[in-house]
Design a protein around this ligand. Structure first.
Ligand code: NAP
Length: 302
């Protein structure tokens, strides 16, 4: 603990979709934490600038702050971008993860690496934590390589999560909220009714991460792989239908597309079983999609 009687949490990617909510949870839902968030291009008043691909800077930041836990959220997570920027993605998703693991080990601190359901091929859901990964695209491959680095590095943990949405800075920020654009027009819009997803709020995931970190600093074994997922099974078409009903907007112009999505190859149904965390007593609420999407989109609805 620090002199203030608090544990220190370093959160990478704290300017991102998940990291910003994780930072808020550690600050507002618990009295136990002194929090430092890092950003790359979106540096704001309460975040420090840190390029995670610069090894010296990462070591310096970790040595200065001396965290008890590192929640490593930063990543390139847009599958179609990753296909075109494989090397740059590798530097961040794998290289920076390796650097952080070394810095964490040197400073005797626990690291939680946020990973993805895209490490699976989506043919045999639900996926347990010990099921064999088989990523279908470069993004899933890079995140799996990051996992391998973490597993080799020590007593660290991996949390795989599915498609996320929540408090956004622009509707394009989440692959869920961007679907609202389909309802901002009356032109015919084809929307995927093929791949199955389990949209999960960043608030729910942040609550899980906070519980894991609190258990860890209280001495519980918190190593290996964990999964957390919402339970509502939906296609993007289903999500748009729900948005329409929540905000009273017609979806008559939205056409169900029953074919596989174009772009990077994506798993059909990579539903993650949360059994391991639930057996450990970590069971924060699962926000119903209707409720979560209303909160996320409300600021963008006229
Ligand atoms: N979003 C999803 O649906 C989803 C689904 C499954 C798993 N995940 C996983 O969840 C984690 C968080 O994802 P997210 O959605 O929050 O991602 P995000 O919104 O794209 O945020 C990415 C974060 O990484 C930071 N970053 C990028 N390059 C960096 C660099 N060179 N050095 C330091 N920081 C850098 C960004 O900083 P700036 O913005 O300041 O540049 C940003 O804070 C990732 O590990 C991702 O793989 C996400």
């Amino acid at each position: 603990m620090s002199s203030s009687g608090k544990y220190r949490a370093l959160i990478t990617g704290a300017s991102g979709l998940l990291g910003r909510v994780v930072k808020r949870a550690f600050t507002s839902q618990s009295q136990n934490w002194e929090v430092l968030g890092t950003a790359f291009t979106r540096v704001k008043e309460d975040l420090i600038a840190l390029d995670l691909t610069k090894e010296n800077e990462v070591f310096k930041a970790v040595q200065n702050f001396k965290p008890h836990v590192i929640i490593h959220c930063a990543a390139e997570r847009r599958p179609d971008v990753v296909e075109k920027q494989v090397e740059a993605t590798h530097q961040l998703n794998v290289g920076a993860t390796s650097t952080l693991c070394k810095a964490a080990a040197e400073n005797n601190c626990w690291l939680l690496y946020i990973s993805t359901d895209y490490v699976f091929d989506g043919t045999k859901p639900p996926y347990q934590v010990d099921d064999e990964p088989n990523p279908l695209n470069a993004y899933g491959t890079s995140k799996l390589q990051g996992e391998e680095v973490v597993k080799k590095a020590g007593n660290f943990a991996i949390l795989r999560v599915p498609l996320l949405y929540g408090q956004i800075e622009k509707i394009e920020e989440s692959a869920v909220t961007i679907l609202w654009k389909n309802l901002q027009t009356t032109d015919t819009r084809k929307t995927s009714d093929y791949e199955r997803r389990h949209p999960t709020t960043t608030d729910d995931v942040a609550a899980v991460i906070l519980s894991m970190a609190e258990k860890k600093v209280q001495g519980e074994n918190m190593s290996g792989i964990f999964h957390w997922s919402g339970n509502e099974n939906m296609t993007k078409y289903d999500m748009v239908q729900t948005m329409g009903s929540v905000f009273g907007v017609s979806t008559d112009h939205v056409i169900a597309d029953k074919t596989a999505s174009s772009g990077a190859h994506r798993p059909f149904n990579s539903y993650l079983s949360s059994d391991r965390l639930e057996a450990m007593g970590i069971k924060p609420k699962r926000t119903p999609f209707k409720e979560g999407i209303k909160a996320a989109l409300q600021p963008y609805v006229n």
